[in-house]
Design a protein around this ligand. Structure first.
Ligand code: HEC
Length: 145
């Protein structure tokens, strides 16, 4: 929230500088060179400040979006048909309610994409999953502790 407010403030300031300055960008004349350069540099600095702030927003959102996507996939892909998470599911394979505490996320990714590669004669079938779906499922399972 604080960052969003700061971004708005910076953008407003930039607009005021460009449009409102008596030596602004849009006017021509010999003596405005120095001011033009100065305000250009100020703008560059502000752009540099705004971009990382926006990247931080994306990073803050991404993990939970991935986890909820994994949660949806867990239903759609029929994982509940053989596993229990919380109150739901079928106890054919192991209960996965706390699997995030037992197995690492990278192991989970490898397991979900090809169980036999981790355990010869695994009973769990290899499911046809996109790499992105595997990432999301592993992120979801990893969050179950
Ligand atoms: C047809 C039944 C079946 C389905 C469907 C199934 N599993 Fe499994 N799963 C198993 C069985 C059985 C095991 C126990 C290990 C084995 O394969 O022998 C297992 C084990 C696991 C393990 C634990 C591995 C370990 O080392 O303890 C994870 C994690 C897992 N499954 C995730 C999933 C996910 C995610 C899905 C859905 C994409 C899924 N499973 C769908 C049967 C299934």
């Amino acid at each position: 929230m604080v960052e969003a407010v700061r971004d708005h403030w910076l953008i407003t300031l930039a607009v005021v500088l460009v449009v409102g300055s008596p030596h602004g960008f849009w006017r021509r004349g010999g003596e405005t060179h120095v001011m033009k350069r100065a305000s250009f540099i100020v703008l560059l600095l502000m752009a540099a400040a705004v971009v990382p702030a926006q990247q931080r927003h994306v990073e803050a959102l991404e993990p939970s979006a991935l986890v909820s996507r994994g949660q949806r996939l867990f239903k759609i892909q029929g994982c509940y048909g053989c596993h229990i998470v919380g109150k739901f599911g079928t106890p054919i394979g192991p209960d996965l309610s706390n699997v995030g505490g037992r197995l690492s996320r990278s192991y989970l990714e490898r397991w979900i994409s090809d169980p036999e590669s981790q355990r010869p004669h695994a009973h769990m079938p290899k499911l046809e999953l996109e790499a992105e779906d595997v990432t999301a499922l592993a992120a979801y399972l990893s969050s179950l502790r």
